[in-house]
Design a protein around this ligand. Structure first.
Ligand code: FAD
Length: 351
């Protein structure tokens, strides 16, 4: 059990959703159609998971029915879609402890957050993505002093970089995508990578090389070894090339994109079978090794798993069916379409 102070009042509910990313949000919809109300808990101060936190302004092209939608746009639409089901959000809280208190046939769980919220729930749906994801920091001495003012590990608002001298470091998709997105609005963008070989999508690399060839941005090979500035205001990055030569790049903004570390956090202590920090789930109902605990979205694994938002949406729909069996063991579930079922439409407030 965790050592947090627990609230006097225990919230009794049918389902607690761990994580308010796109998959946790869509699960509210699928559960709501089956008369199951959800409580969602997320460590972050806002909903939307990776879409809202890591790429709110980037376009997504593979959400069925949306030729293009930004990360935040998708989250906003999901919030609109789940409104009829009035989910309760508990933000800025991490689910720390999860203890079974029931049986395999009639599961029940005591779930406690680090803010002291306690739930007594019949089922738990883990939609925790990569756990609490954190950017990998480059080993540059003194970088902490510049964080938040001159050094950023994510782009929350592109406008914040208008007119700035931006140095982007990395060779993956994030580095290349933000190079291309910020190049039109920044005063100057320089991309630095250790070698002239990029992991990013080839068409992004081609676009970047064309901008360099036409003099609209710079590309340098090397590594940042130090930073020069006043207080938290960056003036230049001190760099070294493969031959060991040192040089400086004048910049007021550094965006290092060295990937994310997956911190599974307390989920590792919940007694579930884990496979390389992922939770194995069956593909019929996305239930874990513990009856009554489900895993959907990026956190789960099964043969053929694709870490795509659309996969998580499908998983949410199937998990909801089995959650229904635990929540209403005596009720038969009949399959219905939202297009033709007036009872579903009533739940959605449209009939
Ligand atoms: C740059 C980038 C671009 C991408 N582009 C696409 C794309 O084009 N198409 C596509 O399909 N996918 C894309 N993805 C992947 C997509 O974002 C993920 O598949 C999706 O976000 C997974 O959703 P999720 O709800 O499972 O998890 P997440 O979005 O990771 O949300 C999980 C939430 O759980 C919370 N959490 C974790 N542990 C706890 C805990 N113990 N207690 C409380 N809260 C917790 C986290 O804070 C987080 O908010 C992209 C990802 C990135 C990084």
């Amino acid at each position: 059990m965790s050592d947090v102070t627990v609230a006097d009042e225990i919230i009794t509910t049918d389902v607690v959703i761990v994580g308010a990313g796109p998959c946790g949000l869509f699960a509210v919809f699928e559960l709501g159609l089956l008369d199951i109300r959800a409580h969602l808990v997320d460590i972050l101060p806002k909903v939307g998971g990776q879409c809202a936190e890591l790429y709110p302004e980037k376009p997504i092209y593979d959400i069925p029915g949306f030729p293009v939608v930004t990360g935040q746009g998708l989250v906003d639409n999901l919030i609109e879609q789940i409104k009829p089901f009035g989910p309760t959000f508990h933000l800025n809280q991490m689910i720390q402890a999860l203890e079974p208190t029931g049986t395999a046939e009639a599961p029940r769980f005591r779930v406690v957050t680090d803010a002291g919220t306690v739930f007594d729930t019949k089922t738990v749906l883990i939609a925790a993505g990569g756990g609490s994801f954190q950017p990998k920091k480059p080993p540059i001495p003194g970088i902490d002093a510049y964080e938040g003012k001159s050094v950023f590990y994510a782009v929350r608002k592109m406008e914040a970089f208008r007119g700035r001298d931006v140095l982007i470091v990395g060779g993956g998709d994030s580095a290349l995508d933000w190079t291309l997105n910020l190049q039109p609005i920044a005063r100057r963008v320089t991309l630095m990578h250790r070698r002239d070989d990029f992991r990013a999508a080839p068409h992004s690399v081609e676009q970047m090389r064309a901008l360099v060839a036409s003099g609209q941005m710079d590309m340098k090979l090397g590594q940042v070894t130090g930073l020069r500035g006043e207080g938290s205001t960056l003036e230049a990055a001190i760099c070294r090339d493969a031959a060991g030569e040192t040089f400086e790049i004048a910049c007021d903004t550094l965006l290092p994109f060295f990937g994310l570390t997956m911190k599974l956090g307390p989920i590792a202590d919940w007694g579930l079978n884990l496979n390389e920090n992922l939770i194995p789930a069956d593909t019929e109902k996305f239930e874990t090794s513990t009856p009554g605990i489900f895993a959907i979205g990026d956190i789960n694994t099964y043969p053929g798993k694709l870490k795509l938002i659309l996969s998580g949406f499908h998983e949410a729909a199937l998990a909801a069916q089995k959650v229904h069996r635990y929540v209403y063991p005596d009720k038969r579930l009949t399959f219905q379409y939202t297009t033709s079922s007036t009872s579903l439409q009533k739940k959605l407030g449209v009939a």
